[in-house]
Every structure is written in structure tokens, then in C-alpha cells.
Write a protein that binds this ligand. Structure first.
Ligand SMILES: NC(=O)C1=CN([C@@H]2O[C@H](COP(=O)(O)OP(=O)(O)OC[C@H]3O[C@@H](n4cnc5c(N)ncnc54)[C@H](O)[C@@H]3O)[C@@H](O)[C@H]2O)[C@H](O)CC1
Ligand SMILES: [K+]
Length: 246
């Protein structure tokens, strides 16, 4: 049965599959003119605020992959560093292997004093695991709704290391979980908090998502109307709202 989502004051919020969310992104960019980096900035800012609240001055470790999810995580690392937080970015590959928006975010981050670990080999993955163990909060931005099959390689090792972390905040969905079905074909992050973007994903459950927060990334209602998604603004002027899952 598909879970039902509502705000804490009882407003129902529709859930979308990964394919529907890809369509939302496509219409937002191609037909409405929003840029991916605009939406990502709102994602990263919201994520940084949530991580900062949990960290309460402690060390924040941001795990990032090469897709849109990783780009949002790297953007959050910048906002955390700008605000004076003690932040380490852990990449699941060499920095020069990043592409697209993630590479752009990495380039901008270089102008901050954030610490960066590229977990491209076993030694660096062990360094990253030690950071994860010592962190007040770990931000999981390895993979979002673009997951394909069981989590592999360094991303899988880093996800495994988060299972002992003090507090994990996942971006959009827990990495390793299928955003549409909620299935975990291999290792998956088990977050305390999930910050999901624009609309909740159908695979999120109370058991897998932890506390669920919905972040506004600036998508106008015309995008949802175009796709016949029954959207009633859940934010009421706030940047993010807590959701209940039934
Ligand atoms: N409007 C929005 O919703 C926005 C969403 N954002 C975030 O972007 C992701 C979706 O981005 P996409 O690039 O399509 O995919 P992902 O980042 O989720 O994943 C691609 C990334 O993951 C690697 N990967 C895939 N499967 C595996 C696997 N089994 N093992 C290891 N690695 C895997 C793949 O190689 C790529 O590197 C969405 O969830 C949001 O979080 C934007 O940030 C803002 C706009
Ligand atoms: K994630």
C-alpha cells in the first residue's frame, strides 16, 4: 500500500515516483525556465540548515556522489562552511571525476575552508570512515532517486560506515533505497532524518526515512498543474515542513 503523507497540521501532500519527479524536473527546466542550479541552491541551503541544527557546533561530514543528489550535498557543505561550521566533504570518487552540477559545486566549494576527502581508494575510504564515526552529524548525499540496482563500490562502503554514525540526515531519500518502491537491493543508509525535495517520494516509509522533512526548492504550481499532480501548497511561506507518514 502506498503511504499517505500529510503536514503536521493535517494538509495532505501527494507523493511522486522517481519517474514523476524526473518529469517535474524536466517541465521545470525545459518548459518553465528554472535552472537546475537554482533548485539545487534551495536544496543545499535547506540541508545545511537542518544539519547545522542537529550538529549544534559539532563536526559535520557530508558524503556526496556525482549526480544531482551529490551536487545538493556539496552545496550544503558550502553553506555550512560559510556559516563557520566544522565541515568535511567526502566524495565517493576522485574530485576530477565529478561532472555537471556536482563538479560546479565542487569548484565553488574550493573557495571555502571546508576539508575535502576523495575516497577513491581503500586507504582514503578508511580515513572517511573515521570521520563518519567521529561526526556529530553525517549528511548522506551519495545517491537520490537516480539509484540503479544495489549500491556499489565506494558509495556502498561509505553507506555501510554510516550505520554506526551518531545522526544521519539523508537528502531526498536514503542512499541505496529505491525512491519509488522503497526496496533496498543491497546496503542502504538508515537515516535519523530525511530531507526530501519538493514532494515526498512514494518509497519513503516511517521505518526507512526516520523523521521526514519536506523542503521547498522553488517549483511553481504551474509545473504540477501541467503534470496533473494534485498539488496544494504545503509550505505556507515556510522553507520546509515536517511530514507525517500514515
Ligand atoms: N528538482 C529536483 O528534484 C532536484 C533534485 N535534485 C537532486 O537530484 C537527485 C537526482 O539526481 P540524478 O543526477 O538524476 O541522480 P542521483 O544523484 O540520485 O544519482 C546519480 C548518481 O548515483 C550513482 N549511482 C546510481 N546508482 C548507483 C549504485 N547502485 N551504486 C553506486 N552509485 C550509483 C550514479 O553513478 C550517479 O553518480 C535527486 O534525488 C535530488 O536529490 C537536485 O539537487 C535539485 C533539483
Ligand atoms: K541520499
Amino acid at each position: 500500500m502506498t503511504p499517505q503523507f500529510e503536514t503536521v497540521d493535517g494538509r495532505s501532500v501527494p507523493a511522486v515516483t522517481a519517474d514523476q519527479m524526473r518529469e517535474v524536473d524536466r517541465v521545470a527546466v525545459e518548459e518553465v525556465g528554472l535552472a537546475l542550479l537554482q533548485m539545487m541552491e534551495h536544496a543545499g541551503r535547506n540541508l545545511a540548515e537542518v544539519a547545522r541544527e542537529v550538529a549544534d557546533g559539532g563536526h559535520v561530514v557530508v558524503l556526496a556522489g556525482d549526480g544531482g543528489n551529490g551536487g545538493g550535498g556539496i552545496c550544503a557543505a558550502r553553506h555550512l562552511a560559510n556559516g563557520g561550521a566544522d565541515v568535511t566533504l567526502v566524495l565517493d570518487r576522485d574530485a576530477d571525476e565529478l561532472t555537471g552540477a556536482a563538479a560546479r559545486q565542487r569548484r565553488i566549494l574550493a573557495a571555502t575552508d571546508a576539508n575535502v576527502v576523495a575516497a577513491a581508494d581503500a586507504t582514503q575510504t578508511e580515513v572517511a570512515a573515521a570521520h563518519i564515526r567521529d561526526a556529530a552529524v553525517v549528511v548522506d548525499a551519495l545517491v537520490g532517486y537516480g539509484l540503479s540496482g544495489a549500491l556499489r563500490g565506494t558509495a556502498a562502503s561509505l553507506a555501510e560506515a554510516t550505520l554506526d554514525a551518531a545522526h544521519v540526515v539523508s537528502l531526498d531519500v536514503p542512499s541505496g533505497m529505491d525512491a519509488t518502491t522503497g526496496e533496498t537491493p543491497g546496503v542502504a543508509v538508515e537515516p535519523d532524518t530525511t530531507l526530501t525535495l519538493a514532494l515526498p517520494k512514494t518509497g519513503l516509509t516511517a521505518a526507512t526515512a526516520g523523521d521526514l522533512v519536506l523542503a521547498d526548492i522553488g517549483i511553481p504550481r504551474g509545473v504540477y498543474d501541467e503534470l496533473d499532480i494534485d498539488y496544494r501548497d504545503p509550505f505556507a511561506g515556510a522553507r520546509r515542513v515536517w511530514l507525517r507518514i500514515r
